[in-house]
Write a protein that binds this ligand. Structure first.
Ligand SMILES: C[S@@+](CC[C@H](N)C(=O)[O-])C[C@H]1O[C@@H](n2cnc3c(N)ncnc32)[C@H](O)[C@@H]1O
Length: 205
């Protein structure tokens, strides 16, 4: 299902509220409901353009991978999951590995990397340490659901290390004026690091 940006908007954002009745979104990912991340991802997709290469770590039933295919109709979507039963839609590059597997650095480079896997702080940190270098200049790295580090964020997933990981990002990425990162944005559930357009092309090694 690769019908493009506005198709994705219609299906994900308008369709659920048709006639004022909330029905399941066309993309059954919690990025849309209940979390409301979709508008933020629309902005990112508009900045990157339709040919973007995306890697999402945490595939589950493949619903967000379908969403990426719609948002990047001329691009390429890679999904990573440690569970061999995870679902990967047709056309998605399937990678069965843990999020801290060092060989993940062989993937990419990508315009957008999203970590929606374990939501465990130490693992999330390891993935970031591996994969930030695989973000192209001008690209984005997103850590999802960091509120799982808050006591009231999710009773089943409370892991204070998640906060340690996301709170370390400004220090790690923005301590020098000409650092390769030019912004770290925090909003409900998303920590978004943007790699400066003029950053070194490390990924061309
Ligand atoms: C929250 S679900 C992903 C949801 C999906 N991104 C969506 O929006 O529809 C988390 C997924 O991460 C996977 N996962 C959990 N721990 C992982 C790890 N250490 N490495 C890789 N994948 C992991 C699980 O198997 C599960 O499929």
């Amino acid at each position: 299902m690769r019908d493009g940006f506005w198709y994705a908007v219609r299906m994900a954002y308008l369709y659920p509220y048709t006639a004022g009745v909330q029905v399941p979104s066309f993309f059954e990912t919690d990025k849309i409901e209940p979390h409301g991340y979709f508008p933020e991802y629309l902005k990112i997709a508009a900045d990157i353009g339709p040919s973007g290469k995306v890697c999402e770590i945490g595939a589950y039933y493949g619903e967000s991978l379908r969403m990426w295919q719609a948002l990047f109709p001329l691009g390429e979507v890679t999904g990573v999951d440690c569970n061999p039963d995870a679902v990967f839609p047709d056309g998605v590059i399937r990678v069965i590995k843990s999020q801290d597997d060092p060989s993940l650095v062989e993937l990419g480079p990508f315009d957008l990397i999203v970590d929606d896997a374990s939501h465990e702080g130490v693992l999330t940190d390891k993935t970031f340490s591996l994969m930030w270098r695989r973000v192209k200049p001008g690209g984005y790295y997103v850590i999802e659901d960091w509120y799982t580090g808050l006591v009231n964020g999710s009773a089943t997933q409370y892991d204070p290390e998640m906060l340690v990981t996301v709170e370390s990002l400004p220090h790690r990425l923005l301590s020098a004026r000409n650092a390769e990162c030019d912004s770290v944005t925090f909003r409900y559930g998303l920590a978004i690091a943007h790699k400066r357009r003029g950053a070194a092309l490390e990924w061309k090694r």
